[in-house]
Write a protein that binds this ligand. Structure first.
Ligand code: SF4
Ligand code: SF4
Length: 369
């Protein structure tokens, strides 16, 4: 049975270091010591201040890095942001300040190497630094996700796909969330972190994972040597049926789920956590699928009051389904694969995933699950 540990915590340095130390004690003996090259893989989605709850909090990164340095490890801190530069995220996200004075090598993933992640993908390009480190520590954020419901430990390692190849993987996976979830699980186990820590001290609910989400204090940080087990335990604390989490279903399909984890520490259930709206992306008989896709199923929508026509959404869209239309943003819902990369990267929180009125009525009637 895999252990998952919950620690009550705040971002206060001393209390946090103690909590993180208890999580790091889960790492198998001998995996980290003097000279071990450890890669810290945080969630650095885009430039965002810590109070937005978009990124792994810098205080968590500091606590982990301090403990590793104390243990004699060589520490590198890297990610491949979806938008914005690594340098800007280091500044805006508070990492420059948090890591000041610590011998931590901070730089973005640049080079990729191919690694076989299993059928049907075979060898795919992933960050060399993640694959060649002696040990990877996965530093995820607990937040909602318009496409995958929650982004937790398993999904965080999708950031090991370098640069703009990421949206292309969305396109290749198409509209089927389960296909994309398989890819995420396979990437995760190819990287095989020695420890996953999920920062839920200041989590995000609602329309995450970008700036459209709402920060919510849960006061908990979670650790496990197995990210799928940590994610399952987090579903339990949120009162969420893990069968509705695509990455959990994928872990089960791929034989990565080993039943209920052994939960220890400060496990307290959370009430009223707000999840993003979700409807199926494929629905109805073939001859109606086009119409349903346009008018019934969930889709990205823009709030014109917040949109500044900055172009991040059409830059990232892998399906060419969003474009500038004068001072507005226009979507082609026939082309849109509902990956919600646009929602994720919008720097102004102007996009969200919404179900059209007809879809809401059908869901109310039980026709649309
Ligand atoms: S919707 Fe967001 S990302 Fe797209 S142009 Fe407007 S502000 Fe930029
Ligand atoms: S419009 Fe948004 S949700 Fe649709 S395919 Fe493009 S990035 Fe994905």
């Amino acid at each position: 049975m895999t252990r998952v540990r919950f620690e009550s915590a705040t971002y206060d340095a001393d209390r946090l270091k103690n909590a993180v130390g208890n999580l790091m004690a889960l790492v198998p003996a001998g995996r980290i010591g003097t000279g071990t090259r450890v890669l810290l893989k945080p969630n650095l989605l885009l430039p965002a201040a810590p109070e937005k709850a978009v990124l792994t909090h810098p205080a968590v990164v500091r606590a982990v890095a301090e403990l590793l340095v104390d243990a004699g490890a060589q520490v590198r801190f890297s990610d491949s942001p979806a938008t914005g530069t690594f340098a800007r995220i280091m500044k805006v996200g508070g990492y420059d300040q948090a890591l000041k004075g610590l011998p931590v090598d901070c730089r973005p993933f640049k080079r990729s190497v191919a690694r076989d992640i299993g059928d049907p993908y075979g060898r795919i390009e992933m960050a060399r630094a993640a694959l060649e480190a002696d040990a990877v520590i996965n530093l995820a954020k607990l937040k909602t996700h318009s496409q995958m419901v929650l982004t937790l430990g398993v999904k965080n390692l999708f950031g090991c796909i370098v640069g703009l190849t990421k949206p292309q993987w969305h396109l290749r996976s198409g509209v089927d969330r389960d296909v994309f979830a398989n890819l995420l699980v396979q990437i995760h186990y190819a990287v095989a972190p020695v420890l996953t820590i999920v920062d839920g001290i200041l989590a995000m609910e609602g329309e995450g994972p970008g700036k459209g989400g709402t920060p919510r204090t849960l006061g908990v940080i979670v650790g496990s040597t197995d990210a799928a087990a940590a994610d399952l335990a987090i579903c339990r604390i949120l009162g969420f049926d893990p069968e509705r989490l695509p990455t959990h279903r994928a872990a089960v399909r791929l034989g990565r789920n080993h039943g209920e984890p052994e939960i220890e520490g400060d496990f307290k259930t959370v009430t009223g956590f707000r999840f993003p709206e979700q409807t199926p992306v494929l629905f109805g008989p073939d001859f109606l699928k086009g119409t349903l896709r346009r008018h019934v199923i969930q889709r990205p929508v823009v709030d014109p009051l917040h949109c500044r026509t900055c172009g991040e959404c059409w830059e990232i869209c892998p399906a060419d389904a969003v474009a500038r239309d004068g001072e507005q943003v226009a979507f082609d819902y026939d082309r849109c694969i509902r990956c919600y990369c646009c929602v994720e990267v919008c720097p102004h929180g102007a996009l969200s995933a919404r179900t059209p009125m007809v879809g809401k009525i059908l869901r109310g009637l039980g026709v649309l699950k």
